[in-house]
Design a protein around this ligand. Structure first.
Ligand code: SF4
Length: 135
């Protein structure tokens, strides 16, 4: 696939649940939860500095081969709860039933996509969450 892409100048839309595989093929990444995109970023940014809690949760669950990969994994946001029905998704932020950072606003108000320096994220509290994880 990489060779064809290089030789023919192709663009692929590659849909997968396998983040390890995605790490090897993607230049740009979009993360969907219950049919809605919640984060879009270049692959480097996505793996090194995820902004959305669902992205963090996914990245924290992938197996790693090296200490460097293990070091980069988000900590303290392991997968929890059951995925709700996509036919009748939760109101507000669809991820609020599983998000460890959810507040009242998340249950009623759908987060808008925000442009964050060339990437996009839909979370009411992405700045606070990012800052609390840095300090
Ligand atoms: S909007 Fe709220 S529930 Fe949704 S990801 Fe952000 S903090 Fe979590």
């Amino acid at each position: 696939m990489k060779k064809l892409q290089r030789d023919l100048g192709l663009t692929y839309v590659f849909i997968t649940h396998d983040l390890s595989l995605m790490r090897n093929v993607a230049d740009e990444v979009a993360i969907m939860y219950l049919g809605k995109i919640y984060e879009m970023a270049g692959a480097e940014n996505f793996f090194r500095n995820p902004l959305h809690p669902y992205t963090m949760m996914l990245l924290s669950s992938i197996p790693t081969l090296t200490e460097e990969e293990e070091r980069l994994k988000p900590k303290g946001i392991e997968s929890r709860g059951e995925i709700p029905s996509a036919v009748n998704p939760p109101k507000g932020c669809r991820f609020h039933t599983r998000c460890p950072f959810a507040k009242e606003e998340c249950r009623t108000k759908e987060p808008k996509f925000e442009d964050v320096g060339g990437r996009k994220v839909a979370c009411h509290f992405w700045k606070e969450i990012r800052d609390s994880r840095i300090s």
